[in-house]
Design a protein around this ligand. Sequence first.
Ligand code: SF4
Length: 421
Amino acid sequence: MFRREARDERREKLVILSEGEGSSKVPVLCVKDVSVAFGFDKNGLSRDGKQPLQVTDRVSFDIFPGEFFALVGESGCGKSVTAMSILRLLPWPSAKIVSGEILFKVGDSSEVGDDNANVRDSRDVHGDVDDGNGSTRNLATLSLEELQSVRGSEIACIFQEPMQALNPVVTIKKQLLEVFKFAAVSKGVVPKSAHPPKAQSPNALSKQESALSRNAQNDPLDLIREQLRLAGFTDPDRVLNSYPHELSGGMLQRVCIVMALLPKPKLIIADEPTTALDVTVQAQVLAVLKDMAEKTGTAVLLITHNMGIVSQYAHRVAVMYAGRIVEEGPVREVINNPMHPYTQGLLAAIPESHSDLRTLASIPGSVPHPKDFAQGCRFADRCSKCAQASADVREKCLSAELPPKIADAEHFAYCFFKQME
Ligand code: SF4
């Protein structure tokens, strides 16, 4: 009963979050069976004749407009590789998407995905689709030039270290104005020719800015000030006139959130955005990100290893282990009723302040290196359930190509767990 209520509540929430974005049933991004391997040369062939190392295996998930979707797991599980593969920011030429599709609707409409029977029927040679109402692009096969029109303007990124994302010798004002101009050009508000040349006098720059302002029918600085206020800055002008080193880590990350949202992207990829911040600032930054994303209907893919953050901010979560998604579902259901032993271990390892235990719970062992991925369930050598299982079930755990899917509506996991109960 409780689970059904939780599901209804989530559906209700998604409908509210996606108001003005079309149907909440239609994902903004569909990652389908994506596998990434390392060890290629610049011709796309395996390096030194060695077999490429596959680090993620048939990863699939959908993200809906306005949704906060978390990808969680220990370091080395493949979360960041999966996130970076969406915009093809993987190290070149070593890493390559060897199979799967990353479907994203480019253009005004935010609708993409599973209702696209016609999408599959009208694919061109790159697997892209034009359904006559904007186009669904397979980001895995787009040319780099085409990908440039998606990066930043349609899908933006927030990284772990805000100091490295900002130019230390340029004021925040200039950096935000640059993003505003980039957004205006890439969304076609102003022609490319209005983009300022690299070297020019301050007067020339201000002329460009006012031209852009007229074209956009808004003073860009007013818009930026408004966004900074939404991000919790009471004195936006002080922030605008600062250099990055004059602001704290939390302030810089909030500036990065404003920067990511200025082009009004449909999706933000936030890769461990608060790991470098202290705990009180973490909460503030995540609250700003969630609040601003909800207001704009932007979806967020949050990469984190912190289940506490997931429980507080995400709508749905996918748990990754050794390059595979092992469990996925609405956050409340995954936390209250984890199906996979790995998820159970992660949740048991969250320290409780009122507990008088002197030893923290942990999962024995560590995530295997991709070259040591074994046949069968990759969690088997750390799994307490497997250790206690009958020889018959243990044999299945160790030899099955992929454990079977066990599902309860939107909540599912890959495990032989049910057969042991
Ligand atoms: S499939 Fe077997 S080894 Fe893997 S998590 Fe489930 S019980 Fe453990």
